[in-house]
Design a protein around this ligand. Structure first.
Ligand code: SAH
Length: 505
């Protein structure tokens, strides 16, 4: 069984970077022994323009039977023969998936010390699997891959026997995927979906398979329309495990969409604040700080990236200076709630024309996001796994490039001030990380440096003399002399700044 992954490149961004990302050198032919045979990795082509890596798994059918611990023994004679003569050596299946997890372990995790930036960026990819068993046929294959960001999903049925077309198609297809995806995402999708298409696992499915599924499914499975089928097939229809997985996916989705937990803790803090009046919830203070920074920047056309349930969009809509407001979120459910909150169906035409809600993932470049004055990422970055952050960075600061970008995130130092928060706990179950002021500054400074922005930092909420404010906000402005406002006070000079700007500052 066989799988190829190809990419294209330029002299500056050579296609052979694929070798680094896969941790496999393009000039070598390597073999790895796996439980069911030998996996070979080699590159049929490797130039700056085009590079293809091939994974070939040479299955040892005898070992497969032995490992199967005599499953089906004592049946009819042809059943015994079927143990040796079957499709396993030829059609991609869970065996290939297991080989991928051994051979491309780091690549699956999106880890690449040599090219950390590249690992986080989408690449032009073409994946071909010449034969994969597909129970459910071409339609199922399309339904599985089409929602995952591929621009082209080609699944071509393979005839049972080319000599006898009347016999019809076999249950095998040739699969070709094309699109701009992060390599790790593509590998993780294949890792899960190859056995799902085949619907027959070669090993006993145990409880830790749920963890494996959720890890590999991160970022795409929680919102996949075929989630139930994928989960149940991946877990070999073990209903207990399937239910467990579905419940956990639901939690992931709720955590992504529902910021209730954040509000609760934020409110708890404000109760302990020593204000006489009704305390202003932190979420509200954050929105005020964002609105003030947007007004300062003179922004009119604004993106709210990771808009959640639309509270900020609603606030923006109340101020006529914001002529175009776009809320983007990966979660359809959050957008539905946002739509209801904004009463989009009842807004007058003029008001309605100012606002758009759209579904999209911030870890992919998106042409629709180009050309805006400002973008807000309010309490969003901490919901991404750290290895995915470079992808978001590139999509926002590299591709969309609004003049102003506001990023807010919790200041973890402040957590000790919250009596209701147990020590060492994040503020929200779905926070993948929470940063100190220094960590946030280091990240923001390097982002600004890489993309030609200046950055300054603004505290949100009470600025505690020891631990700082509960929320930290970074205000990025393009450093290029293309009409960017220069209201910054403590700007950090960046290496990409034009010499003229640097001396003027
Ligand atoms: N900005 C809002 C919501 C923050 S909660 C506020 O300040 O209250 C984080 C939001 O980011 C969630 O709605 C979640 O669905 C969204 N999100 C997380 N990862 C995302 C991604 N990769 N692309 C787009 N949105 C994402």
């Amino acid at each position: 069984m066989f799988l190829t992954i190809s990419t294209t490149g330029t002299p500056e961004r050579p296609a052979t970077d694929l070798g680094f990302l896969l941790h496999k050198h393009p000039e070598k032919v390597q073999a790895f022994s796996t439980a069911h045979g030998t996996a070979h990795v080699f590159y049929p082509e490797a130039s700056a323009e085009r590079c293809t890596a091939a994974l070939l798994l040479e299955v040892d059918p005898v070992a497969l039977v032995r490992r199967g611990k005599g499953k089906g023994r004592g049946g009819a004679p042809d059943a015994a023969l079927a143990q040796y003569v079957n499709d396993r050596p030829y059609a991609a299946s869970s065996l290939l998936s297991v080989a991928m997890s051994t051979v491309f372990k780091s690549a699956l995790r999106g880890v690449c010390a040599a090219l950390p930036g590249r690992a986080g960026e989408p690449l032009p990819l073409r994946v071909e699997v010449p034969a994969v068993a597909a129970r459910g046929g071409v339609e199922l294959v399309r339904a599985l891959f089409a929602p995952l960001g591929w621009t082209s999903v080609e699944a071509e049925p393979i005839a049972l026997d080319e000599q006898f077309p009347a016999w019809g198609d076999s249950r095998y297809v040739r699969l070709v995927l094309e699109g701009e995806l992060r390599l790790a995402d593509a590998l993780r999708q294949l890792y899960v979906l190859l056995p799902v298409m085949d619907d027959a696992k070669h090993y006993w499915v145990a409880t830790d398979e749920v963890d494996k599924l959720l890890r590999a499914g991160e970022g795409w499975l929680a919102d996949h329309p075929e989630q139930k089928l994928i989960t149940s097939r991946y877990l070999s229809r073990r209903w207990g495990l399937t239910r467990q997985a579905m419940e956990r996916l639901e939690l992931v989705r709720l955590a992504e969409t529902d910021d209730l937990a954040v509000e609760e803790v934020d409110n708890a803090v404000d109760e302990t604040a020593d204000t006489e009046e009704r305390p202003v919830p932190l979420a509200e203070q954050r929105r005020e700080a964002i609105l003030a920074a947007l007004r300062d920047a003179g922004a009119q056309r604004v993106l709210d990236l990771g808009c959640g349930q639309g509270q900020l969009v609603q606030a923006l809509l109340k101020d006529v200076r914001f002529t175009e407001i776009v809320g983007v979120d990966v979660s359809v459910r959050a957008l539905t709630v946002a739509g209801r909150r904004l009463r989009l169906d009842r807004l007058g035409e003029r008001q309605a024309s100012r606002v758009t809600l759209m579904q999209g993932s911030l870890t992919y470049t998106d042409k629709r996001l180009a050309g805006y004055d400002a973008a807000v990422l309010s309490e969003v970055i901490e919901h991404l796994d750290l290895p995915r952050l470079p992808a978001l960075e590139y999509a926002v600061f590299g591709a969309a490039r609004p003049r102003t970008v506001l990023v807010t995130t919790p200041n973890v130092e402040y957590n000790v001030r919250w009596e209701t928060l147990p020590a060492g706990h994040a503020r929200h179950g779905d926070h993948r990380f929470e940063w100190t002021r220094e960590e946030f500054r280091a990240w923001a400074d390097s982002v600004a440096g890489r993309h030609g922005y200046t950055v300054r930092f603004v505290p949100v909420g009470p600025d505690d003399p020891e631990v700082g404010p509960p929320t930290q906000m970074a205000v990025f402005e393009t450093a290029a002399a293309d009409g960017a406002t220069t209201t910054t006070t403590t700007t950090t000079a960046t290496e990409h700044e034009s010499p003229k700007e640097a001396t003027a500052a």
